[in-house]
Design a protein around this ligand. Structure first.
Ligand code: KG4
Ligand code: ZN
Length: 330
């Protein structure tokens, strides 16, 4: 059995080609340099880039037979999602394959099942899934493959978005996650404190307040020294991760799970990986983390979603694109 997946939800154009559970080809074209000068993703540029690149990436793959084509149908930028859908329908029509719409966030949840180009059945259910990316911060209770219940999300900014905005305020460029991680990692003066407000009696997050605190803090400083940048980065990262972990822990206790999985761009952060692994292993909770290559947007993670659907015959969801799509059960 052969299948292809296409990811074009934001600023990465990515294609993966599989034979059963093996990735035969995987390409990720990152558009970051195109958006960097605007300090954020420009939707019109993103769709133009996808339409220019997608053909080139598909042509790199030697496809003779194709049983299924999966593509991201949401959430994401409408124009970008449309390019992926059109490519999926066109190629599926040529090879007479079945087309399957896939949720990008479900891809982030299942991305940890890819190990060295092989999709493995790793996850143990039930589990709590935390998605921390540039556009989303969500907590899900997952009963099994394809059975989801949302239990929390951000009330305002996403976690990665907060990293990007704080980096912008400090003049560190876009995207901000890895540069903030680097500065925080070399900070030795750790007395500065910022706080992430607690959204009481819920598993929801709120990350816009800390960005505002930092914007006020730097407003009156003419030029930030390296030492000040390090201190701010450390205080910010620490407060955000404390908030993430507090809710994750509460969710584990309430739902009595012994498994958690993380996914999304912010999971590339070594400090987050370390704290989560340390904390939850002490509570006898197993932590699944994606390989770093699969933390940011990629088509391989969609392949895991497609394979699990093929195995269980879960094809009831639509193939219409939806920029605000929630994870659906199948
Ligand atoms: O999952 P992703 O590639 O795209 C979305 O679906 O949004 O996530 C991108 C986000 C960006 O906000 C970026 O700043 C953040 O992930 N990120 C990080 C790190 N690497 C990327 N955040 C914190 N630490 C990192 N090392
Ligand atoms: Zn993503």
């Amino acid at each position: 059995m052969y299948f292809l997946t296409i990811e074009t939800s934001c600023d990465e154009t990515s294609i993966a080609f599989f034979k059963n559970n093996k990735i035969l080809n995987h390409y990720i074209y990152s558009q970051i340099k195109e958006h960097k000068k605007y300090k954020g993703v420009v939707p019109e540029i993103a769709s133009r880039q996808h339409s220019q690149k997608i053909d080139e990436l598909i042509k790199k793959i030697n496809i003779r037979k194709l049983d299924y084509v999966g593509f991201t149908r949401g959430p994401g930028l409408t124009g970008s999602l449309l390019i992926g859908k059109i490519a999926a329908l066109t190629i599926a029509n040529y090879f007479n394959s079945k087309v399957v719409g896939i949720n990008h966030l479900e891809g982030h949840i299942l991305s940890c099942e890819i190990e060295k180009n092989i999709i493995k059945k790793k996850l143990k259910f039930p589990l709590i899934a935390l998605i921390v990316s540039g556009g989303h911060s969500e907590l899900w209770y997952v009963y099994d493959y394809g059975r989801y219940k949302k239990i929390g999300s951000t009330r305002d900014d996403a976690c990665g978005e907060a990293f990007d905005k704080v980096a912008k305020v400090m003049g560190l460029g876009y995207p901000g996650g890895s540069v903030i991680e680097k500065l925080a990692g070399i900070c030795r003066k750790r007395s500065l404190k910022f706080t992430v407000p607690d959204v009481k009696n819920s598993f929801d997050y709120s990350f816009s307040g800390i960005k505002t605190q930092i914007a006020y803090y730097v407003k009156d400083i003419k030029a930030l020294s390296l030492s000040q940048k390090k201190e701010i980065a450390y205080a910010f990262q620490n407060a955000v991760f404390e908030s993430i972990i507090r809710k994750l822990e509460l969710a584990c206790l309430k739902y009595k799970v012994s498994n958690i999985v993380l996914g999304g761009g912010v999971c590339a952060n070594n400090e987050l990986r370390r704290i989560v692994s340390d904390k939850f292993s002490k509570m006898n909770i197993r932590v699944y983390l994606p390989d770093k290559l699969y933390t940011s947007d990629n088509a391989a993670m969609l392949g895991v979603c497609l394979l699990r659907r093929i195995e269980k015959g879960g094809f009831k969801n639509s193939i219409e694109i939806d920029s605000d799509l929630e994870i659906e059960s199948w």
